[in-house]
Design a protein around this ligand. Structure first.
Ligand code: NOJ
Length: 752
């Protein structure tokens, strides 16, 4: 006799079987559609699907129309005029022999018209739901104009803030990047790719792009295989698990082989090991750049190498179109390789529903930049702000202030607050901090504005006296410093990451007025700014916050929204400390506060003998300015009562770690509770700490809550000396707290 719970289980099993049956049927249906279409294609048409062309700024040249009719175009990028896009689709669908619709690609990186914080800023929210919501909003806006494929998320790990593209990535940590990258994929692609507002996402750049030597863009990357697999690749695997439709190969070489001609990366790891079913597009002309790399002797050889590696579509250059036929004739590539690439591309087009619905009617979508979208951008910007310093609780601003000075080159810079990669953003929609202050000021508050410096880089001090004047007339100075948007992004790297131009001098003259100063720093990367820390009371790191920078900054400064951002990347004291990141190795001679011999303390007549003998710099020590995960709130949080479910955990089981968090300060607030783990002894040395979980909580003042993490033993795996992914039995140490320096700790052991 079956009990009620047996029946429930049976019912569930039946549902699961039906679901598996349905999705297998759907997949085999899809496979059949793909192979039936493929079987009708000429070689020329197949090559067309593998070719992506740049747009023409709203017009379609006649020879391109002919290409579309002949089925020679698989995809177009950088065309945003909806009429033009619909017309291109119409020619492809109605006038080509097989009527295959186009993939329309665009870099929708952090918003389309409504601009969100730069991805590094979004990462500072540590809020996957919000990141997903932002990507959903961006997808709706872009799809409403005819775009169906975004080249995002960028999930390259980087530990070098000199690299301009750090702005576009999600920080230094594989776990945080995996969680947030997957959230972006879900946001862009929606519940189903064929839903009206979905974009195909593209995880990029596969792989190792963020390891560019010296932080100089496109530079060589040398990455030991275990680090590649443990640090650089996990975010791609997480995107794949989130269903990402496409990936993009990287510009750089990895260990001597360009990523775009790298069989090991694309064919072996991505396709064989991970069974990735989507397709891979090259980066812009990265197929033919294999010649410049000194890897292939000709563009023809480059095309052959990229196809052999498994790059399905060529972006911008035309070596596939020119040479595939010859390469086939010479048996350098096989027809099977071509068929597989084309099948993968057709599959994505079918999943997107483009065959049924190739056109776009903007009127059937929510309006661009509507209030709901702006509200998401405002929320994301507010949560991305990281409070780094708040002496004497200068913030939140008192609500009875009669006068404030708004000063600085980024106080009213509608373009710069948008950051890099804003092809479709428009500064006319930006609300700047100055404007927001003016909009919010009641009649009792006077705002004195002075730019001080015309742009962030200028060394022209002629605006200083006006700035000092404004400060003198005010009770508090809100000083907007940082970097213009042009100073970060692709190929916009810096060897010196200090505040550019005369900004430090501006701080000096303002500090002399004796007025309290709140510095708000807008930038595309971590900057070094320790020289100003003693001269200002509070520091908020705002990244490039996007369209709604002004209202979001006012929300936080006024205390309407509690600051909750946490650094997704380590901030060095000095550029010479780079690379500096929290998940470093211990070394055989780990530094301690006692062992650091400071250069200035060495007597002039010191004998030439070794001093200190630990891993530190004489001048810059070994600690960063601000650690990974760091960020203050207006309130304070206490962590206590760290509990582990058991001192021993069997391999294959999970362990629960819980902690009591109390809001012990004077304000309600949000905290991101972070869990770090170290594998104390292993076949290969392990980082001193690795982030393994985080939870964002909200606590009213005085309130407490228990936060519990559950990690499986396989979450602690790494690639050993045999390059096997293993979790080793043995001792593990955990820390829970509010940043990567958390000191509440406990141990557990994994047993076989
Ligand atoms: C080059 C960039 O590296 C890549 O990220 C981008 O998607 C393409 N250009 C297309 O604009």
């Amino acid at each position: 006799m079956l009990t009620k719970s047996d029946l429930t289980i049976l019912h569930l099993l039946t549902l699961i079987l039906i679901w598996i049956g349905m999705s297998t049927a759907q997949n085999s249906n899809l496979d059949e559609r793909v192979s039936s279409l493929l079987s009708r294609m000429t070689l020329q048409e197949k090559i067309g699907q593998m070719s992506q062309f740049n747009g023409f700024g709203g017009t379609i040249p006649d020879d391109f129309k002919d290409k579309l009719r002949a089925g020679l175009v698989g995809s177009v990028l950088n065309e945003v005029n909806t009429g033009t896009l619909n017309e291109m689709q119409r020619i492809a669908v109605d006038e080509s022999r097989l009527g295959i619709p186009l993939l329309i690609g665009r870099d929708v990186i952090h918003g389309f018209k409504t601009i969100l914080p730069i991805p590094l800023g979004q990462a500072a929210t540590w809020n996957p739901d919000l990141v997903e919501k932002g990507a959903r909003m961006a997808a709706l806006e872009a799809r409403s104009q005819g775009i169906n494929w975004t080249f995002a998320p960028m999930i390259d790990i980087t530990r070098d803030p000199r690299w301009g593209r750090i702005a576009e990535c999600l920080g230094e940590d594989p776990y945080l990047t995996s969680v947030l990258g997957a959230a972006m994929v879900r946001g862009f692609q929606g519940e189903h790719l064929h839903d009206k507002g979905s974009l195909a996402a593209c995880a990029k750049h596969f792989a190792g792009y963020g390891a560019a030597e010296g932080g100089r863009d496109y530079n060589t990357a040398s990455i030991p295989e275990n680090e590649l697999r443990d640090i650089y690749l996990p975010p791609f695997k997480a995107s794949l698990e989130a269903g990402v439709a496409t990936m993009m190969s990287a510009f750089n070489e990895v260990n001597g082989v360009p990523a775009t001609g790298n069989e090991f990366l694309t064919r072996q790891i991505l396709r064989q090991e991970w069974q990735f079913k989507g397709f891979v597009v090259s980066d812009w002309e990265s197929v033919i750049q294999q010649v410049a790399h000194g890897f292939t002797e000709s563009q023809k050889a480059a095309a052959g190498q990229a196809i052999r590696a498994g790059i399905d579509m060529e972006m911008a250059s035309t070596s596939y179109a020119q040479y595939i036929r010859e390469l086939l004739g010479e048996n350098i590539i096989t027809m099977e390789m071509i068929d597989q690439s084309v099948a993968r591309i057709l599959r994505v087009k079918m999943l997107l529903g483009l065959f049924e619905n190739p056109y776009t009617d903007p009127a059937s979508f929510p309006e661009l930049l509507n209030d709901g979208h702006r509200a998401i951008a405002r929320e994301a910007a507010a949560q991305s702000l990281v409070l780094l310093q708040n002496k004497q609780n200068r913030l939140p601003l008192k609500n009875d202030l009669k006068s404030i000075a708004v000063i600085g080159p980024l106080a009213d810079a509608p373009h710069d607050q948008l950051g890099t990669w804003i092809f479709d953003g428009d500064k006319r929609h930006s609300i700047t901090p100055l404007q927001a202050f003016r909009d919010n000021a009641g009649k009792n508050l006077t705002i004195h504005y002075a730019q001080g410096l015309a742009i962030s880089r200028t060394k022209d001090l002629s605006g200083f006296s006006e700035a000092v004047n404004a400060a003198q007339q005010s009770e508090v100075v809100i000083l907007f410093l940082g970097e213009e948007s042009i100073l970060s992004g692709e190929s916009h790297c810096r060897a010196d990451i200090g505040l550019p131009g005369a900004q430090e001098a501006l701080v000096d003259v303002l500090a002399e007025t004796g007025r309290p100063i709140v510095a708000v720093i807008l930038a595309g990367r971590p900057l070094t700014f320790r020289n100003i820390l003693d001269k200002v009371d509070a520091v908020i790191y705002a990244w490039h916050p996007g369209t709604m920078a002004g209202p979001a900054i006012c929300d936080v400064l006024s205390g309407k929204v509690a600051p909750s951002g946490k650094l997704p990347v380590t901030f060095p004291t000095h550029v010479g400390q780079i690379p500096i990141y929290y998940a470093h190795k211990n070394t055989g001679k780990p530094p301690t506060p006692q062992s650091w011999v400071k250069m200035d303390d060495i007597p002039a007549d010191a004998p030439q003998l070794s001093i200190g003998n630990t891993s530190h710099y004489l001048d810059e020590g070994y600690e960063p300015q601000f650690p990974f995960g760091f960020g203050l709130s207006y309130t304070t949080f206490q962590f206590s009562d760290l509990q582990i479910s058991g001192p021993r955990v069997a391999m294959g089981e999970s362990v629960k770690i819980s902690v009591r968090v109390t809001n012990s300060g004077q304000y309600d607030g949000h905290e991101v509770v972070q869990l770090y783990v170290r594998d104390l002894f292993a076949d290969r040395t392990r980082p001193v700490r690795e982030l393994k979980g985080f939870k964002r909580i909200t606590l009213k003042k005085g309130q407490s809550d228990t936060v519990t993490f559950e990690i499986e033993t396989h979450d602690l795996a790494f690639h050993n000396r045999q390059m096997k992914l293993v979790t080793e039995p043995g001792e593990f140490q955990v820390w829970v707290g509010s940043d990567s320096r958390a000191n509440l700790t406990a141990n557990f052991e994994i047993i076989k």
